[in-house]
Design a protein around this ligand. Structure first.
Ligand code: ADP
Length: 504
């Protein structure tokens, strides 16, 4: 059992090692080295073989020349004419006669051959005829003797004093070359294995060194948790791929940090928003329990509590819609819609609340060809959010203007007001989720900071664009541009600056 577990652990460890970048890099080095070493080996071996062959042919040529010089043939009888007292000449002649040597007449009758040649099949008439005929002097061939030894042989013609042609062969065993090549093979194999091993070890060390910074990045990344998102991995200053990775990683943690911060802020806001009506309901119910006597008194308390419950459910609904939009669960029912009556209807709904706040709502909605392909419900939500914000953030006596017009291939909805405006430093963030500008002069009723996130999301899913211009204390103008239904598909991707954490 323990043995099985050990084996399983060994397999797990070796699988992990095989997957590690260091191992794969080292293996790549070793494979590259191996290919290089094998290729060099093959080239060297071919060069060595060719040079040995050339050398052997040169030695045979020398012996051939010597044989030609020392041999006289008279009446089919070869005579070796050399100074027997001269050791050098004797040595050369004995070398030829004791080597691989054959002499035949033109009819393929052997006149003389060396001891070694006994095992080699003699040349046939058919073989020698063309050589005799062409008087060739240097025709190479290979032959194998009875023992399987291969020979390189030079065949050619010798002419005697009577101009009679004879056929002569002088050669050498190729086994000498083969033995040298085999020796080369075994030496080279040892060197090659050594070189590949060195390549593997070097690769392992170099890869290890190259990966040290990567490991430190991984270690730093491991230390980052939700609570310490402020940690940044220091750049190495090398300006290489790793620095770019660290840069991208740091940017990501910054974005995460911002998102976490917003979520924390949102949780605080939500608790606060929910706590206010809950405390109110509780207070009202407690007071009714202690002091309520008549049905009318109880009814008043229930009506008040119901209003607070309504507020609570609005907040919860907004949260639900946000999470649906975020997770892509909101399915759009897209159809051609004439925006003019839709916008006119919604603007009209705001007349009563506007009157209460002594605001004037101007409209310029007469619009021909203001048809867009859109989801009716979401477009309604977009228009409502923009007008409601203008009404909300415009002090008493102010003005809100709603305009709808066709501009080339676009249908534009422009909602402007003479309200509190938005400071330039807040402007880039107003489309971020949960972002609210807290200001004393805005009215006490505040949203959750989700309205414009929804607006941005709706504009984006309809392939449109939203712009905002605002001067603090003077007013704000939102311009939504949607592609008209009778226009072709947009030439480029819809542009939308939603800030860092806009809705998908
Ligand atoms: P909220 O629910 O707080 O209105 P929104 O997402 O609709 O959230 O708006 C985000 C912030 O943008 C608001 O808190 C407000 O400060 C600012 N804002 C939006 N519309 C206007 C406007 N018409 N005038 C001034 N400020 C605005």
């Amino acid at each position: 059992m323990r043995w099985v577990m050990k084996r399983a652990r060994f397999y797990r460890q070796s699988r992990r090692l095989a997957r590690s970048l260091r191992f794969r890099l080292a293996m790549s080095y070793a494979i590259f080295f191996a290919i290089l070493v094998v290729a060099v080996g093959l080239i060297l071996r071919a060069m060595l073989g060719a040079s040995l062959d050339r050398e052997m042919r040169a030695v045979i040529d020398e012996e051939w020349a010597a044989a030609k010089g020392y041999m006289r043939i008279e009446n089919y009888r070869p005579e070796w004419a050399y100074d027997r007292a001269d050791p050098e000449e004797s040595l050369i002649v004995n070398q030829i006669k004791g080597g691989v040597y054959l002499l035949m007449d033109a009819n393929a009758k052997a006149l003389e051959f060396s001891e070694t040649y006994k095992g080699i099949p003699l040349s046939t008439q058919a073989e020698i005829a063309p050589i005799i005929k062409s008087r060739s002097n240097r025709v190479w061939m290979y032959k194998t003797d009875e023992d399987g030894v291969r020979y390189l042989l030079r065949q050619g013609v010798m002419i005697d004093r009577n101009q009679q042609p004879y056929y002569m062969v002088i050669g050498k065993p190729v086994s000498d070359i083969e033995a040298t090549l085999n020796r080369f093979n075994s030496y080279y194999l040892m060197v090659a294995v050594g070189a590949i091993l060195v390549g593997l070890i070097l690769g392992w060390l170099v890869a290890g060194r190259a990966l040290i910074p990567l490991n430190s990045v991984a270690q730093a990344a491991q230390e980052i948790k939700g609570s310490n998102l402020k940690v940044r991995i220091p750049l190495r200053g090398a300006g290489d791929e790793l620095d770019r990775l660290i840069g991208a990683f740091n940017d990501m943690t910054t974005r995460l940090d911002n998102s976490f911060e917003q979520i924390r802020q949102f949780s605080t806001d939500v608790s606060h928003e929910l706590r206010t009506p809950l405390t109110a309901i509780r207070g009202q119910l407690e007071v009714a329990l202690l002091t309520g006597k008549t049905v009318d008194e109880y009814r008043d308390v229930v009506v008040d509590a119901l209003q607070d419950v309504e507020l609570l459910s609005n907040i919860v609904r907004a949260l639900l819609q946000l999470s649906q939009a975020e997770s892509g669960q909101l399915v759009l029912q897209v159809a051609p819609i004439d925006l003019a009556p839709v916008v006119a209807d919604i603007a009209e709904q705001f007349e009563i609340p506007a009157e209460d706040q002594k605001l004037t709502i101007e409209t310029a909605i007469e619009c021909e060809g203001c048809v867009v392909n859109a989801d009716r419900l979401q477009i309604g939500r977009l228009v409502t959010n923009l007008i409601s914000n203008s009404v909300k953030y415009t002090p008493n006596g102010g003005r809100v203007r709603v305009e709808l017009k066709r501009h080339e291939d676009l249908v534009q909805l422009i909602v402007s007001d003479s309200g509190v405006g938005i400071a330039a430093d807040h402007l880039p963030h107003i489309f971020d989720r949960f972002y609210r500008v807290r200001k004393m002069q805005t009215k006490s009723v505040q949203g959750l900071g989700l309205g414009l996130s929804f607006v941005a999301w709706i504009v984006q899913v309809h392939g449109g664009k939203i712009d905002v211009e605002s001067v603090e204390g003077k007013g704000t103008t939102f311009t939504v541009s949607l592609p008209a239904a009778d226009a072709g598909p947009p030439e480029c991707e819809p542009e939308l600056d939603l800030g860092a954490t806009a809705l998908p």
